[in-house]
Design a protein around this ligand. Structure first.
Ligand code: IPD
Ligand code: CA
Ligand code: CA
Length: 258
């Protein structure tokens, strides 16, 4: 059901990409939303709630709906809205299923590359049905990293620019392509070695975190502790370079709980 919903939403987004579209600001000119975010979410939520009426749902656009089954769907209907609004084909759909607060299923669909990523807890992860695994890169020096910047970049000095500069000279390169969901998927299949970002939302991370874990990688908060899915600031990696990434962050940010 989740795979079908992710595919249907992805195909809808791809079909409408170049059509006329209204773009609005959520709270600032750096935080966009299009009517396609809501349309894709309606499609996904409509299918899931018809099939599982007692499950709770957390969707980025419509917020939380309670349920009594102990299960919760966490949905980012369009991750990479800024890219989408500019006609750039780097965006994805993310659907996760949580049972008793633990992510058990993660589905990510990239309609442009026609790549479907699926992870089930304890059963591994696949891309287009092929098993996937994180990279074996052993040093930060040889690593390809990714990051992003918070929407309130203009309002805060804790905006990741210092970290971006530091990793840019310590890693092979740092990419910034505007889709947290795709970064986590690409990390899971070994195309990226590491990824960090501050202040994401649960929908950005839920499905991708399981992809990373099931692919043999590691995902933590910025201090190496457990990821807080409700307010994720994260480091994700192939595991081998994780401590090196954490060490750079500790050097720049200290060990406080920011
Ligand atoms: C955003 C993207 C972006 C990240 C932002 C996210 P959205 O999601 O994942 O890469 O830097 O923090 O909010 O708004 O396009 O769904
Ligand atoms: Ca997102
Ligand atoms: Ca989104």
């Amino acid at each position: 059901m989740a795979v079908d919903a992710a595919r249907a939403a992805g195909h809808l987004l791809k079909r409408e990409l170049l059509g006329p579209r209204r773009i609005a600001y959520k709270d600032s000119p750096t935080n966009l939303v299009t009517e396609m975010d809501a349309r894709a979410e309606e499609l996904i939520v409509g299918r899931l709630t018809a099939a599982f009426p007692h499950d709770a749902v957390l969707g980025e656009e419509r917020g939380a709906t309670a349920g009594r089954s102990g299960r919760r769907w966490i949905i980012d209907p369009l991750d990479g809205t800024t890219n989408y609004a500019h006609g750039l084909r780097t965006f994805g759909v993310s659907i996760a299923l949580e049972t008793d607060k633990r992510v058990e299923l993660g589905v990510v669909f990239d309609p442009n590359l026609d790549e479907l990523f699926v992870a089930e807890r304890g059963r591994g992860a696949t891309v287009n049905d092929q098993p996937l695994a994180v990279s074996t890169t052993g040093t930060l020096d040889e690593s390809l990293l990714a990051t992003g910047f918070p929407y309130n970049i203009r309002q805060t000095t804790d905006n990741n620019l210092t970290e971006y500069a530091a990793f840019s000279v310590r890693a092979r390169a740092v990419r910034r392509m505007g889709s947290a969901v795709l970064y986590l998927s690409w990390l899971a299949c070994g195309r990226l070695d590491g990824y960090w970002e501050l202040r994401l939302g649960p929908w950005d991370v839920a499905a991708g975190s399981l992809l990373v874990e099931e692919a043999g990688g590691r995902i933590t908060n910025l201090h190496g502790g457990p990821l807080d899915l409700d307010a994720p600031s994260l480091v994700a990696s192939n595991g081998r370079i994780h401590d090196a990434v954490l060490a750079v962050l500790a050097e720049l940010r200290g060990n406080g709980a920011r």
